[in-house]
Structures are given as C-alpha cells and as structure tokens.
Design a binder for this molecule. Sequence first.
Ligand code: C2E
Ligand code: MG
Ligand code: MG
Ligand code: MG
Length: 283
Amino acid sequence: AAKSEDGLDFRCFDRNMRHAAEEQRELVEQLGRALARRQFEVHFQPLISLHERIVAGLEALVRWRHPVRGLLSPARFIHLAESAGFLPSIGAMVLEEACARLSEWRGLGLDPGRVAVNLSASQLRDRNLPRFVLDTTMKHGLTPDRIELEVPETVTLGRAGENAIGILSDLRSLGFSIALDDFGTGYASLTHLRRLPVDKIKIDLSFIAGMSGNAADLAIVRAMVNLGHDLGMTVLAEGIETEEQADLLVKLGCDEVQGFLFGRPMPAEGLLAWLRQRQVTEC
Ligand code: C2E
Ligand code: MG
Ligand code: MG
Ligand code: MG
C-alpha cells in the first residue's frame, strides 16, 4: 500500500533509514573503545611517478577491523568519528603507524619514498599539530621531507579555513609537504588556490572516471593539470583503473597517479610483499 507509482516502497525506505540511524549510533558508541582495543589498521596504497613508472610514495589509509561487521572502510566511520571528536586520536595513531612502517621498510632496503597521511578538519584546528607531527617523524628517525600531509580543499575555506592555512604554513616551514586532496570537489576559487601553502594537488577520482568518455571531464582534467603546473605544484590523479586513463594522463603531462591499476590499498604485510616483488621484477 505504501508503494508509490514508480514502485518505491516507502515503508521499506523508512525501515532502511531507521536501520542506518541505529547502525550509526552503535558505531559512535563503539568508536571510543575501538582505539584502545587496537581495532584500527592502516593500509597503504602506492603512489606512482607516471613518467618513470616507479613508486614515488605511499598513502596511509585507515580501516576499522570491527569485531562483528568485519573490515569497515573510512566512508562508513570517518565522518562519525570526526563529529564525535575521535579523529585527532585516530589521526595520531595513523601518523605513528605510517612513520613506523616507512622507517621499517627503509631499514629493509625497500625505500618507497615518502608516506602521505590524511589530516581532518579537527586536526587542523590544533595549534600543537606541527609540533606533534615533527616529534613523531623524528622519533622514527625520519626527516620531514619524507612525510606528505593531505588535506581536503574544503578544510581551507571559510573562517576556520584561515586557522587551518596558518597551521599548514607552519608545517610547510618545518619541511613537510602539503597536498590538496579531492581537488575539484571543494568549490575553492582559483584566487583562493593561489594563496594556499600547497605543494601538490590530487585530482579527485570522479573527474578521472569520466575522462575517457566525456569531453568535458577531459577538458577539466587537462585544465587542472596545467593550472597546478603553472602554480608550481606537482599534480597527481586519483583512481586510475585502466591503461587508457594512464595513457591519457601521460599525454596531459600529469606527474603522479594512484589507482587500482597500479596497486590497491594493502595491509602492511601485503605492501611489503608488493615492494619486494617489484624490486625483483625491476632488476
Ligand atoms: P582519499 O584520501 O581521497 O583516498 C583515496 C581513496 O580512493 C581511498 O579510499 C582509495 O582506496 C580510493 N582509491 C584509490 N584508487 C582507486 C581506484 O582506482 N578506484 C577507486 N574506485 N577508488 C580508488 P578509502 O581508503 O576508502 O578512503 C576514503 C577516504 O577516507 C579518503 O579519501 C580520505 O578522505 C578518508 N581517510 C582515509 N584514511 C584517513 C585517515 O587516516 N584520516 C582521515 N582524516 N581521513 C582518512
Ligand atoms: Mg588522501
Ligand atoms: Mg584523495
Ligand atoms: Mg578522494
């Protein structure tokens, strides 16, 4: 009876909504304990230098090994963790783990370059963040040029954005590099971009997905690559899944790529095996 003319079942919709709300409440409750119980894992995805096709770095990506629900992707819990105030501590753990693994792999003679760590809006409100990032880096015997900090474009907008920009400038003065994540989705103006203390832009995967069949998306990607270069930035494209996309990006002069075509995010042991395998095949 609750079906609309195009067949949508509103009762079912309502039930799903309630179900989703319950799930969210439950996850928020469990988030606090999850950290102490070591349920978060850091996976690593290779960043590839497109011209030489060598590993230029890794991106650290968090996952939640939930005792009942299995491995949860960040899409399921990051926004909940951010609004419940857990991201500063989760973020600290991710940075710690990223530095520890990078240092370990370097010690094994498998140097993957630098490691990129995502920062959230709440972390960029903390004036002590630069000190903390520097201390963590040095504790693991690394130098700041080994660490890249990724921030979404939106974090730099508005009044809170001014503070975030100040903190990013401090990090950059310490020698860390800054990448603007999900570039193209944040509605930042070009004048705004020019003011940002940023070394790299990461073109959002939604543009890459449309690039092969859609002339507008291709034009946008081309414009973003040129803009980044004209502003003196490195340009990385996210979400490369096909050789066709990789070839197009070579033609556009893109510097780095990241995507399932080259390597998925992997747990630390998987990444180590992947690095070893590459070393063998490259020799
Ligand atoms: P992001 O920083 O833009 O990370 C890239 C996302 O694209 C990752 O999703 C990665 O798995 C996915 N990806 C990479 N290559 C491909 C591809 O070829 N095809 C497709 N379809 N996807 C690809 P993931 O790991 O699910 O992370 C989602 C988002 O969660 C991240 O987007 C980032 O915004 C956030 N996130 C992840 N880890 C952290 C963290 O430690 N701290 C914070 N604050 N945010 C995080
Ligand atoms: Mg990122
Ligand atoms: Mg990204
Ligand atoms: Mg993204």
